[in-house]
Design a binder for this molecule. Structure first.
Ligand SMILES: Cc1cc2nc3c(=O)[nH]c(=O)nc-3n(C[C@H](O)[C@H](O)[C@H](O)COP(=O)(O)OP(=O)(O)OC[C@H]3O[C@@H](n4cnc5c(N)ncnc54)[C@H](O)[C@@H]3O)c2cc1C
Length: 374
């Protein structure tokens, strides 16, 4: 089978890239191995401010994330546009609160807020009386917070289902196959899958943790790694939480869906069981994650957890990777950096623009795969 663009990976990035390409008139083949997509496990936080968890775990990657902050802000705006066009996805953009439980954490947030303001984010520090006006349900030990007005939340299951339906309307069906390798010839690319061979003028790689291995033979070593993470969701709560909630030091995100349930996550580990099996839920992560949520919002302590699961995130060097491979110019990478569900649609549009030859909308140099060239 021969198409204009072969899209590998049908998570949020691959789905959105396929939509943009098809809408521009390209014949698209979409192939996905059906293995552990972060897109179908994620929490639906629209992250813009730097996450304290990430800063603590990956300090060497913070410069790449900090330099990309304008991309995060633009990515949240991209989701607002998508919500208007294909939604509603229960998208709410009231902002995100990062909570402090003491003065050291408050100082950390104040410094972070200055750095983020310098990169164009809309952030402010709130003291406890100011917090009480917008989040009176917070625990008594919270002394203040950073509020990032650019942040938001949505229901990813609704968004994914709607975008999948849009693909179906355009006649794009995901082919289940695992791509083992890609070669570039003089007139196109050939991707060898476990079940088939795919030929196209170009390939767009949106296979997240699976991307590094796939393109290693093409002269780049992109250090994509799978990171198994834990999630919980409670029954519907009486409390009304409008903001995305995080903590200045501890790993947590919590937010309320449109039907009242509280989604609790934020990077607690799960156990890797390989690429085919979903990661295994760890009791320590389950207990630690919900206990922390109940400490921050005491009313959560009275709720039942109705489901707990784990999924595969992807890490690389902190930055997004968008653009043509230096030694295989028919292969376009579309790999969002940290918080890839937030970034996915914008990264997809930028990568599709590269494949279509339309002018890039941002300075693409920072995201170029050439930084990984062997
Ligand atoms: C528990 C959890 C919570 C998260 N919460 C958030 C959040 O709240 N906000 C946020 O912004 N981000 C969040 N993330 C991160 C986010 O989900 C991912 O970064 C994002 O979904 C990546 O999207 P993607 O389309 O690039 O890749 P994925 O959704 O990971 O999809 C990659 C696809 O590539 C396919 N693939 C891989 N290798 C091959 C191959 N060789 N051949 C064919 N197909 C292949 C896989 O089958 C998979 O379907 C979370 C992640 C997890 C795990």
């Amino acid at each position: 089978m021969h198409s204009d663009v072969l899209v590998v990976g049908a998570g949020i990035t691959g789905m959105m890239a396929a939509l943009h390409l098809a809408d521009a008139g390209a014949r698209v083949t979409l192939v996905d191995a059906g293995e552990n997509a972060g897109t179908w496990a994620n929490a639906g936080s629209l992250h813009v401010q730097m996450q304290s968890r990430f800063m603590r775990l990956y300090p060497d990657q913070v410069p790449a994330v900090e330099a990309s902050l304008p991309l995060y802000k633009a990515a949240a705006e991209e989701w607002v546009r998508l919500d208007a066009f294909y939604g509603p996805f229960e998208l709410v953009r009231k902002g995100g609160l990062m909570l402090a439980e003491g003065t050291v954490q408050l100082r950390f947030l104040e410094d972070k807020a200055k750095r983020e303001t310098a990169r164009g984010l809309t952030v402010e520090m709130l003291d406890r009386p100011a917090l009480d006006r917008i989040a009176p349900w917070l625990g008594p030990q919270i002394v203040g917070a950073e509020l990032c007005h650019d942040e938001g939340k949505l229901n990813p299951l609704i968004a994914n289902a709607r975008l999948l339906a849009e693909l179906g309307r355009r006649g794009i069906v995901t082919i289940r196959d695992r791509i083992l390798g890609i070669e570039q010839g003089s007139d196109g690319v050939t991707a060898q899958g476990q079940s088939g061979t795919y030929q196209a003028d170009q390939a767009l790689i949106a296979s997240a943790w699976g991307a590094g291995d796939m393109v290693r033979g093409l002269g780049v070593t992109i250090p994509t790694r799978a990171e198994p993470l834990h999630m919980n969701i409670t029954e519907a709560a009486a409390v009304s939480i409008g903001h995305l909630i995080q903590h200045a030091e501890r790993s947590i995100t919590l937010k309320q869906l449109g039907q009242g349930q509280i989604v609790i996550g934020g990077g607690w580990p799960a156990r890797d069981r390989g690429r085919i099996m979903p990661p295994e839920v760890l009791a320590a992560s389950f207990l630690g994650n919900v206990a922390l949520a109940a400490r921050l919002v005491p009313q959560i302590g009275g709720l039942r957890v109705i489901r707990t699961w784990a999924g595969m995130n992807t890490t690389a060097d902190g930055g997004s990777t968008i653009g043509r491979l230096p030694q295989a110019s028919r292969v376009v990478m579309a790999l969002p950096g940290d918080a890839g569900y937030t970034l996915g649609p914008l990264v997809a549009r930028m990568a599709a623009g590269v494949a279509l030859g339309t002018a890039p909308e941002a300075d693409m140099g920072r995201f170029a795969p050439a930084r990984f060239a062997a």
